[in-house]
Design a protein around this ligand. Structure first.
Ligand code: FE2
Ligand code: FE2
Length: 289
């Protein structure tokens, strides 16, 4: 089977590029403050919840793509799949390190990781490989969208202060998410290629994603016996829903994926990959290979 989608994209769209995993060295032991993100428990637990979802989530992404790898004839897409697997495997390991450090600070990371693991296990057991790959493609759109916001809004300080290990890790992770954002989608198109199914699955994923994060946040706060103050709630609300806020900006970007004929490279995010070394030299300096 050939990847039909690797045909020349329309002018002005992002071209598919080489995907190269970068090995990084982060010192997670530098994370010593539990509520590291603006001293705000709502914002900090959002980061913990996202991070807890990654190790098993990214293993799921790899497996769903790998299932169809043998059906791909296009050597360019084959090379991209290898790059994608290398990047996601590394992300998964680094997030495990971060999650272990968060657990050592007293956060109930294992508890919420077990919950994510159970949900992923249910999807693996009950859904056919095509639907599983559609889930991966939809979640990859979420990660690329959130990655764009993170990289374009450095003043928001996602992940904590400058030189916070989570911030460093998220910058690198965000850039690589943008780099490989179309791989699962391209594999889906080249193999399963059910446009209606892609959109229906994405609708479900987009509706449940933030709910799942919120449940994990409540579990973390409950376990820590931490009640957010009015200031925390107001600040988190502005971060999410204020002008240009994290969720306010990303909601229409999520919806673009639901248009028939959409392709991730219709959104040109190349500048974020090309400029990441200049924009974040302190993170680029942590690359070891
Ligand atoms: Fe990743
Ligand atoms: Fe990814």
């Amino acid at each position: 089977m050939t990847a039909a989608n690797t045909a020349t994209p329309a002018a002005g769209t992002q071209q598919p590029g080489a995907i190269k995993p970068r090995r990084m060295s982060f010192d997670m032991s530098r994370l010593r403050t539990k509520y590291f993100f603006r001293d705000n428990p709502i914002l900090s637990t959002l980061m913990y919840a996202l991070s807890a979802s990654f190790p098993d989530g990214e293993r799921f992404f790899i497996d769903t793509v790998r299932h169809y790898q043998k059906d791909i004839d296009d050597p360019v897409l084959q090379a991209q799949i290898r790059g994608f697997i290398g990047q996601e495997a590394h992300h998964s390991r680094i997030h495990e390190d971060f999650n272990a450090q968060a657990a050592s600070l007293g956060m109930a990371m294992e508890k919420i990781q077990r919950r994510f693991k159970r949900r992923i296990g249910t999807a693996r057991r009950n859904l056919d490989p095509g639907r599983q790959l559609a889930i991966t493609a939809a979640l990859e759109h979420i990660t690329a969208t959130l990655a764009q916001w993170t990289l374009e809004n450095p003043e928001a300080g996602v992940g904590g202060e400058n030189h916070s290990p989570l911030r460093e890790m998220l910058v690198w992770h965000a850039m690589e998410e943008i780099e490989h954002k179309a791989v699962a989608f391209d594999v889906y198109r080249a193999t399963v290629n059910r446009e209606k199914q892609r959109i229906v699955v994405a609708k479900i994923i987009f509706r449940t994603f933030w709910v799942q994060m919120a449940i994990a946040q409540v579990m973390l706060l409950w376990h820590d016996r931490k009640i957010p103050s009015l200031r925390h709630i107001r600040e988190a609300w502005t971060f999410m829903w204020g002008e240009g806020g994290f969720r306010r900006w990303s909601a229409p970007e999520f919806r673009r994926y639901l248009e028939p004929g959409f392709h991730p490279n219709d959104i040109d995010q190349r500048h974020l990959i090309e400029q990441w070394r200049e924009s974040y030299p302190e993170v680029a300096a942590l690359q070891v290979a």
